[in-house]
Design a binder for this molecule. Structure first.
Ligand SMILES: [Fe+2]
Length: 249
C-alpha cells in the first residue's frame, strides 16, 4: 500500500468501479480477462473436463472453453467455498435439496448461494452432457423426444428459439420428471430447475460468456452449432437416473 502512488490508487479504484458497473461489457472487450479469484479450499470442487478444451472446435473455440470452465465455473466454486467457511451446512446436503429449499439458507448469503450453487449445478451438468463424437439420441430418450417434444427437428427448433428468446443471461433446459416426461423450459441468470423440485436432463448456457469470443451477438448461430457438441450417451444415462430418482446436478 505504501508504495502505491495516489495516481495508481485512483486508477485502481476507477478500474474496480468500471468492472462493477458493466462486468459483461468488460469481459466482451477484454483481450485478457482478469483471472478468477484465488481458489478457496473447501467442500466444493471444480469438476475437471473429460475432454480437451479444443474438443469442440470450430463450434466452440478452445479459449472460450478454457475461460468458461477455468474462470467462470471456478469463480462459482470459490464463492461457494467462501460461503461455506461460516455456513458449512450449505455443503452438507445434496445440491438439489439446498436449491429446492433456499428459504432455509441464511438471508445474508441466500442470493449468493442461489447464484453460485445454481451456477455450479448448471455448469456441472453442461460439461457432462457435452463430448466429442456425441452420437445421436436413441432408445428411450429418442422415444421421449418423439412423444413429448414432437420429434428431433421440432425439438431442436423450439429449444433454439427458447434459448434465443431468453432475455439477458440464462439457460434453456430440457426438464425431465420422474416418469420420464420432457419439457423445454428457460431460467434467468443461474437459476436451475432443481429450485422448483425439477431436474434438468440437459441444457445450454446462453450467457454471453458461453459464446461471445467467437459469435459476438450471434446467439442464434451458437445455439445451432452447439448441437454438434452434445453427448447423447451421457444424456441417456441422465434420463435413466432421472427415472430412478438418482439424478443429482
Ligand atoms: Fe456459463
Amino acid at each position: 500500500m505504501s508504495s502505491m502512488s495516489r495516481r495508481q490508487l485512483m486508477l485502481a479504484a476507477t478500474g474496480i468501479a468500471a468492472v462493477a458497473a458493466a462486468p459483461r461489457l468488460v469481459f466482451a472487450q477484454a483481450a485478457a480477462p482478469a483471472p478468477a479469484p484465488a481458489a478457496a479450499t473447501g467442500p466444493f470442487t471444480l469438476p475437471p473436463l473429460a475432454y480437451p478444451t479444443n474438443a469442440f472446435e470450430p463450434h466452440i473455440d478452445a479459449k472460450t472453453m478454457e475461460i468458461h470452465h477455468d474462470r467462470h465455473h471456478q469463480a462459482y466454486v470459490t464463492n461457494l467455498n467462501n460461503f461455506a467457511k461460516d455456513n458449512p451446512q450449505i455443503a452438507d446436503k445434496p445440491i438439489g435439496e439446498v436449491l429446492a429449499n433456499l428459504t432455509a439458507v441464511p438471508e445474508a448469503i441466500r442470493t449468493g448461494v442461489r447464484n453460485n450453487l445454481g451456477g455450479h449445478a448448471n455448469h456441472t451438468m453442461f460439461w457432462e452432457i457435452m463430448g466429442p463424437n456425441g452420437g445421436k439420441p436413441e432408445g428411450e430418450v429418442l422415444a421421449a423426444i418423439d412423444r413429448d417434444l414432437g420429434g428431433m427437428e421440432k425439438f431442436q427448433n423450439e429449444f433454439n428459439a427458447a434459448g434465443g428468446r431468453q432475455f439477458g443471461s440464462g439457460w434453456v433446459f430440457v426438464t425431465v420428471t420422474k416418469d420420464g416426461k420432457l419439457a423445454i423450459e428457460t431460467r434467468p441468470n443461474q437459476d436451475n430447475p432443481m429450485m422448483d423440485g425439477k431436474r434438468a436432463l440437459m441444457g445450454n448456457d446462453v450467457w454471453e460468456h458461453a459464446y461471445y469470443l467467437n459469435y459476438q451477438n450471434r446467439r442464434a448461430d451458437y445455439l445451432k452449432a452447439w448441437w454438434n457438441t452434445v453427448n447423447w450417451a451421457k444424456i441417456a444415462e441422465r434420463y435413466a437416473a432421472a427415472k430412478a430418482g438418482t439424478l443429482g446436478a
